[in-house]
Design a protein around this ligand. Structure first.
Ligand SMILES: [Zn+2]
Length: 344
């Protein structure tokens, strides 16, 4: 039996040494080391031997078994490395090959304007309104009623505002001013926020009008806020956005949610005030609407107008971008024409 074991060791070692693949090794393992393998059949016959022989042959059988296991493990490692190297050589990547050209994207001009304006107001202590206070799908109640629109105001007409089928009186907001209401319902004064976002109006699309556009709304409510504060903040904004030494004027206007109200004009950046086609010969360009927050609006959100006052303003992002870069058609912003977009 000792000779049998030595023969097994010799034969198996040679087969392992000659193995070419992992599958070969599996077969060899099965042949010699499995439950039905040659070593095991010798171990099964140990019971017929004397105690002395049992001890010697048993130990030898275990030794052969361990040796073969080790040989197989080493060979396995060797084959694995060899196969890996073949694979690496066959699949190597040629890093000298020119790559696909992928043009680099840019920030959309409207987003650039929003970022620029938000940064200007952040510099004056305004913070961004929380997104949950500025939803695009809004109720008529917040978008109009809370903002002191009379029930028969023409803006509430189906022809001007997009109504949804979500529920009665749920609309796509027609202005970002609803964010003022939500912010004041959730925050007691002092309030000093800015709220950029998309708004929707049911208009016939032209070079000057689109169904979707962007506004930036600002609101400041605190004690002792006057129209002088409004003028100071908005003059400073115009100075930074359009460049210094450009005159502004405040023109009396009307909005349901502010009283008094004013349109803010800046001296025409095309003609410098002489009068041209862009400014329709007036020398002035309208850039935003503003006013002191109406006492009714403050009452609607539970703020005492005897104690607090404030101002609000809103501007069209498309309009400000068009003025700054002399763009003559609002639809260009939404056509995704790379030749247009890469100029900014
Ligand atoms: Zn002009």
């Amino acid at each position: 039996m000792k000779e049998n074991l030595e023969l097994i060791l010799r034969n198996a070692s040679e087969e392992i040494n000659n193995a070419q693949s992992m599958q070969n090794l599996e077969d060899i393992k099965l042949k010699y080391l499995s439950r039905k393998g040659e070593l095991n059949s010798i171990k099964k016959n140990l019971k017929d031997l004397s105690d002395e022989d049992k001890r010697i042959i048993g130990a030898l059988a275990n030794k052969v078994s361990n040796e073969l296991e080790e040989l197989i493990t080493n060979k396995n490692e060797e084959i694995y490395k060899k196969e890996l190297n073949i694979k690496l050589n066959q699949e190597k990547i040629d890093i000298t090959l020119p790559s696909d050209y992928r043009p680099q994207g840019k920030v959309h001009p409207l987003t650039q304007t929003v970022n620029e304006i938000v940064e200007i107001f952040q510099g004056m202590g305004f913070s961004l309104v929380r997104p949950e206070n500025s939803p695009e799908v809004e109720t008529e109640y917040i978008n109009f009623d809370m903002l002191n629109f009379p029930p028969d105001h023409p803006a509430k007409d189906m022809q001007d505002t997009f109504y949804t089928k979500v529920a009665p009186n749920v609309i796509l907001r027609s202005q970002t001013s609803g964010a003022q209401i939500r912010q004041m319902l959730n925050q007691k004064p002092p309030v000093r926020v800015i709220s950029p976002g998309r708004v929707y109006r049911c208009e016939s699309v032209s070079a000057r009008k689109n169904n979707l556009f962007h506004q930036i709304e600002g609101l400041l409510v605190d004690t002792n806020i006057s129209f002088g504060d409004l003028k100071g903040i908005l003059n400073e904004f115009v100075r930074i956005y359009f460049g210094s030494n450009r005159p502004t004027r405040f023109r009396a206007s009307y909005f349901p949610f502010t009283e008094p109200s004013a349109e803010v004009d800046v001296q025409c950046i095309m003609c410098g005030g002489k009068g041209c086609r862009t400014c329709s010969g007036t020398g002035w360009l309208e850039v935003l609407g503003s006013g002191m927050v109406h006492a009714n609006v403050l009452r609607n959100v539970g703020i005492d107008p005897e104690v607090y006052s404030g101002f609000a303003f809103g501007m069209g992002v498309e309009r400000l971008t068009m003025l700054k870069y002399a763009i003559n058609d609002i639809r260009l912003f939404f056509n995704n024409d790379i030749r247009f977009l890469k100029q900014f």
